[in-house]
Design a protein around this ligand. Structure first.
Ligand SMILES: [Fe+2]
Length: 387
């Protein structure tokens, strides 16, 4: 995250003695960073040494089956028709992946009774449906539908849901951090006036977690497709204070203030996050273009530099047919796409849209999981042919 924050108790000066109440034993200082010692970081103070892990064992290797030699084509599949049950960690279903990112959804029907850590990827959790608390070794954040939860790699966390019915998540793993695009920030990192959000819209951990928020000292750790179990000697939710720029935070899609124009504005105005190898945008309710002859639907475009993935969240998506909540369209680089027949004409004269959707544009081609085909609209690639 791009601003400094702190929580709990800290010594007056970093890298100096910080004694517990007994005046003899020390709190243990840990630098938490995701880019060596030159990127953003936080300093955390633990009750115990964070290295006291009794055992690390491989639980399973879950290499997904990916499509081989499938034709480069437009795809549409309906993730909400996948009703696999689980706790949102182990039952996340992979749909699309390249060397930089993996895109999953999860249907959460059970409470995770353990902590979880992604060792080698940052995670973006979009809460499509559901509410509850994110507990982590940085503290707790209350979440609700529409929240993006941005979780740095290495952070131990647990999502606890208020209700165990109809909780749906979109999850994106990234090798590089999810960042606020530099075009929104000034030279000091502060969000500029033209940004579609401000610092106030980002929710940071409100209070520290304690042992009661983590019932097990066995942490499930994911490193790519390898799942491990780490047995800690002490409960890892033992942080008494931290400060810095690296921590989990939440941002709700409804707090995104869209930019609107006289004529159609392209997707970069809808950008929320950037990484080194893909961007995340969102479409939210907004007024349409106000030129008297404006065409609100997008023009056809050949996104030759990126694969485009759109996860449909809510509302009537103005340029698409056959869409359900939880549907995902995949438009690969090398093919043009745009509104389906009739959608351009229907958009003329419309004043606003109520749609919500999350878009991921990757700079390298994505591979498709074989499971896509079971939930796929096989007619989608022909949906642009006029009847
Ligand atoms: Fe597009």
């Amino acid at each position: 995250m791009a601003f400094y924050t702190r929580l709990g108790k800290l010594p007056e000066k970093k890298h100096c003695t910080f004694y517990k109440e007994d005046g003899v034993s020390l709190y243990r200082e840990e630098l938490f960073s995701t880019k060596g010692f030159s990127g953003i970081y936080s300093l955390r103070y633990h009750e115990h040494m964070p290295t006291e892990i009794l055992s690390i064992t491989t639980q399973s290797v879950q290499e997904p089956k990916l499509e081989k030699d499938s034709a480069l084509s437009w795809r549409l599949f309906h993730t909400h028709r996948d009703n696999s049950k689980g706790d949102g960690i182990k039952n996340r279903r992979l749909w699309l992946r390249n060397e930089d990112c993996s895109i999953y959804t999860a249907h959460v029907t059970d409470q995770a009774m353990y902590g979880y850590k992604n060792a080698i990827a940052h995670e973006l959790v979009f809460v499509h449906r559901g509410s509850g608390f994110l507990y982590s070794d940085f503290g707790m954040i209350q979440f609700a539908a529409g929240d993006y939860l941005v979780i740095p790699k290495g952070c131990i966390y647990r999502l606890v849901f208020d209700h165990l019915s109809d909780n749906r998540l979109l999850l994106v793993e990234s090798k590089t951090p999810f960042e606020i695009p530099s075009k929104y920030r000034n030279e000091f990192g502060q969000l500029q006036e033209h940004a579609p959000y401000s610092e106030r819209d980002f929710r940071t951990p409100s209070e520290l977690c304690s042992h009661e928020h983590l019932p097990s000292q066995s942490i499930v750790c994911k490193a790519g497709d390898v799942w491990m179990l780490q047995e800690y000697k002490h409960n890892p939710f033992d942080v008494v204070g931290w400060e810095g720029y690296e921590y989990p935070y939440a941002f709700n899609i409804k707090d995104f203030s869209p930019v609107v124009g006289k004529i159609h504005l392209p997707p970069p105005v809808h950008q929320v996050f950037s990484t080194q190898s893909f961007v995340v945008c969102n479409f939210v309710p907004r007024l349409f273009d106000f030129h008297e002859h404006a065409v609100p639907a997008p023009y056809f475009h050949s996104n030759v530099d990126s694969d485009e993935v759109i996860y449909y969240v809510e509302g009537d998506f103005m340029s698409r047919t056959g869409i359900e909540e939880g549907s995902v369209s995949y438009h690969p680089m090398g093919l043009p796409h745009g509104p389906q027949p009739g959608k351009t004409e229907n958009s003329i004269g419309k004043k606003e849209t109520k749609e919500f959707a999350v878009m991921i544009d990757t700079f390298s081609p994505l591979q498709k999981a074989e499971s896509i085909s079971k939930l796929e609209d096989k007619n989608y690639s022909r949906s642009w042919i006029q009847k």
